[in-house]
Design a protein around this ligand. Structure first.
Ligand code: DX5
Ligand code: ZN
Length: 220
């Protein structure tokens, strides 16, 4: 039975106890660390930058999935590789030459991801789908943790899954925003592979158990 890869979003962690929260993820059933970098230009919020990422990667023992919500991501590809990113995801809406950006990410030895805002049609990725390792499907408008899940996401996941299958690609579908135990099963059934969860994990009484609970969920 298909189980999701679980990627807790560090954005919702306690930054005063960052090492504790990183170790919690290390010792949990989570698969990836999801790291949200926001520049206050592409999105109306600023999260954190290189020094904090460095502090995280120093202790993190799992895949480092970096989600760039910034303009001009090409400028920082090399830096994120040096900081230990495993996956580097750029926004479709921030890239004029997306194909070139994807090649540049891979040339630095990272997996290439593309994030799509809720209004962006998945068909726009068809011609580069074989070049994309992960599509990060935004199920909220990017910029903040703790927002409500947008229901149209299920339709988008199904359409994207069809494109991936039709083109024989091995692209993973990652869902980012408002993920919880109520929508996880339906997302898996629609074709999702990776579930990002920020608030649902970190605002729960027992984040380790919440991660295990998400990991247990199967397609329905
Ligand atoms: C939103 C970020 C998300 C966010 C998810 O812009 O990309 O990764 O941290 O947080 P929740 O799960 O709380 O919606
Ligand atoms: Zn994210």
């Amino acid at each position: 039975m298909k189980k999701a890869l679980i990627a807790p979003s560090v954005l919702s962690a306690d930054f005063g106890n960052l090492q504790r929260d990183v170790e919690m993820i290390n010792n949990s059933e989570a698969d990836w660390f999801h790291i949200d970098i926001m520049d206050g230009v592409f999105v109306p919020n600023i999260s954190f930058g290189m020094p904090v990422l460095q502090a995280i990667t120093k202790h993190a023992k799992k895949t480092i999935d970096v989600h760039l919500m910034i303009v001009n991501p090409d400028q920082y590809i090399k830096t994120f590789a040096e900081l230990g990113a495993t996956n580097l995801t750029v926004h479709y809406e921030a890239c004029t030459h997306l194909h070139r950006t994807l090649q540049a990410i891979k040339a630095e030895g990272m997996k290439a991801g593309v994030a799509l805002n809720p209004h962006t049609n998945v068909s726009l990725l068809e011609d580069v789908i074989n070049d994309i390792d992960v599509v990060c499907m935004m199920s909220v408008n990017p910029g903040f943790g703790g927002q409500s899940f947008i229901e149209n996401t299920y339709n988008k996941v199904k359409k994207l899954k069809d494109i991936i299958t039709k083109n024989g690609a091995s692209t993973l579908i990652e869902i980012d925003g408002g993920v919880n135990d109520k929508n996880a099963g339906k997302l898996l059934a629609a074709g999702a592979d990776v579930l990002v969860a920020g608030n649902f994990v970190f605002k729960s009484d027992n984040p380790t158990e919440t991660i295990a609970k998400l990991k247990e969920i199967t397609a329905k």
